[in-house]
Design a protein around this ligand. Structure first.
Ligand code: SF4
Length: 302
């Protein structure tokens, strides 16, 4: 397996509740890593030699700032490359952003990516330079913006490189985006959605890991649980053709998933992810450990 990058969802909580969020981040979400759990994951990753990098994502990583700094320090100390994705809410001006970023730079952080566009937060994204980017530049910390386009249409699937991290462009309609942003957009008939354009489900280069131990091939599509089986063992034994959701996705995309399980469906969808996410929601009761957790499907704890 070529897996080289583990993207840790440090928490499902976020100070914002953006319509396009894949993971349904919100102030009311449950789920955050403890330091002990993070150290456990780092130890497990040492036994999986292909893993070279940890990215810390959310939710919003900076709302658990002290844990974030320690996590970066531990991962760096063990020889992993480290990166962070954040919505940058903390970068109110350059001086303050320097105060936030310096401890992370000193802990060994290699890169920071700031999601910054009209879709995030209150939607009043100012033009560059972003104070967080400027502070990172002054600290010599590699940094970039992730800027999504307002939802007008679907992303061009032919331009996608399966498995590549999201760096900007058009929204993909999974998670909350599938429920909140699809109304009124152009749609296409469901049958031609015959491949997953965005994730390398057979041999992923990066996967996401949440505080419940779920290892996600795509948000809400689980390949195993590291609290139940060691990460190295999950990677060694992963067989995409024996995974009841991945197998149809690989052999005929979301349309095959619908046909194979005879799922109810509409006539058309905005993109492949919209169909896939909707189909997976219909299958959750049949595959509760593989289509999990509730957070990824917008179910808030009572
Ligand atoms: S939602 Fe489905 S089609 Fe979209 S990237 Fe994920 S697995 Fe692929």
């Amino acid at each position: 397996m070529k897996l080289s990058s583990l993207h840790v969802l440090l928490t499902y909580q976020c100070n914002y509740e953006c319509d396009h969020c894949f993971v349904w981040g919100s102030p009311w979400q449950a789920g955050v890593f403890t330091l002990a759990q993070l150290k456990n994951v780092f130890r497990q990753a040492l036994a999986a030699p292909s893993i070279r990098e940890f990215y810390f994502e959310g939710g919003e990583t900076f709302i658990y700032y002290s844990i974030l700094v320690k996590a970066v320090w531990h991962a760096h100390d063990l020889g992993f490359l480290t990166g962070i994705v954040t919505n940058g809410y903390w970068a109110t001006n350059v001086e303050d952003a320097l105060a936030w970023l310096r401890p992370l730079r000193d802990a060994g952080l290699d890169r920071i990516e700031i999601s910054y566009d009209v879709l995030h937060g209150d939607g009043d994204a100012e033009p560059e330079p972003h104070p967080g980017l400027e502070a990172a530049r002054q600290l010599g910390l590699p940094a970039s913006l992730i800027t999504l386009e307002p939802p007008m249409t679907a992303r061009d699937p032919l331009a996608a490189e399966p498995g590549a991290p999201l760096t900007g462009g058009d929204v993909m309609y999974r998670g909350r985006a599938a429920e909140k942003l699809t109304a009124g957009l152009p749609r296409r008939p469901w049958r031609p959605f015959t491949r997953c354009p965005y994730e390398d489900l057979a041999d992923p280069g990066r996967v996401h890991l949440d505080p419940y131990g779920n290892l996600h091939l795509c948000q809400g599509l689980v390949m195993g649980n590291v609290w139940e089986r060691p990460l190295g063992r999950i990677l060694q034994t992963y067989d995409s053709q024996n995974h009841p959701i991945v197998q149809p996705l690989l052999n005929g995309g979301p349309a095959r998933l619908v046909r194979q399980y005879n799922l109810p469906h509409e006539a058309d969808y905005v993109d492949a992810c919209h169909l896939c996410y909707t189909a997976r929601q219909a299958l959750r009761s049949e595959f509760p450990t593989l289509l999990a957790p509730d957070q990824m499907y917008g179910v808030l704890e009572n």
